[in-house]
Design a protein around this ligand. Structure first.
Ligand code: ADP
Length: 209
């Protein structure tokens, strides 16, 4: 996060003088307390300053990169998950390919009759199954999918960075976001490398704070 000149000035005043009240900071800058309020709120939310009621503001001593790490760790899967696309186990490879094109996704999830997760289909799974095959309409996806219990999943309250680590360590493009039910895992979302790209871009936008 880029700090404004005034925010930098506030930090320089608080660093040696903390705890210091908002009023005192305003006095030193020749401004009113009301004018400073938004800057103090931003600096506190972003973690540069800490506010103690009736005591004043302290400098936390955290560097920009420590604060960035803290903010990354606060990002949750549910904030970035996308809509999942699923097909049934008895769908044909042909239908799965059509669904992948129509829905414009790179990973399809496969579900049973209770809508619970049983498998995953990637682009290359479908390409591999298609090479040299004439009758894609007759091959059900459950024959070629990666199946449970070998599916890597995440849950909506997991830190996004944990999901990113799973994508890297398993060398996969996407993860289902699941909710545990009596019948199995219900799919409620999808986390992909695109979700990670969006999160990275969002870190540079100030309105997250
Ligand atoms: P591609 O195969 O198109 O490169 P991926 O890298 O996502 O796409 O998939 C690699 C393999 O891992 C495929 O066989 C796929 O079925 C499997 N796979 C994809 N996502 C998962 C997941 N979440 N859990 C387990 N296996 C997965």
């Amino acid at each position: 996060m880029e700090l404004s000149e005034r925010q930098e000035q506030i930090i320089e005043i608080v660093k040696p003088n903390g705890p210091i009240t908002g009023e005192k900071i305003a006095e030193q800058l020749g401004l009113t307390r009301a004018t400073l309020r938004p800057d103090l709120a931003i600096l506190t939310m972003a973690g540069y300053l800490e506010a103690r009621p009736r005591v004043g503001y302290f400098f936390t001593g955290k560097t920009g990169s420590e604060l960035l790490t803290e903010n990354i760790k606060k990002m949750k899967v549910y904030e970035y998950q996308q809509v999942p696309v699923a097909v049934r186990e008895d769908s044909s490879v042909y239908d799965a390919i059509t669904t992948m094109f129509l829905e414009d996704v790179g990973t399809l999830f496969v579900v049973d009759e209770h809508s619970c997760l049983t498998g995953v289909l990637s682009r290359k799974d479908l390409l591999r199954a298609s090479i040299g095959q004439q009758h894609l309409n007759e091959i059900p996806v459950h024959i070629i999918m990666t199946r449970m219990p070998n599916i890597t999943v995440c849950r909506k309250n997991d830190p996004l960075i944990e999901a990113a680590q799973k994508l890297i360590s398993r060398q996969i493009d996407g993860l289902p976001v699941v909710k545990d039910t009596e019948k199995g895992m219900e799919i409620i979302g999808r986390i992909t490398k695109t979700s990670m790209t969006k999160a990275l871009v969002e870190l540079t936008l100030e309105d997250r704070y």
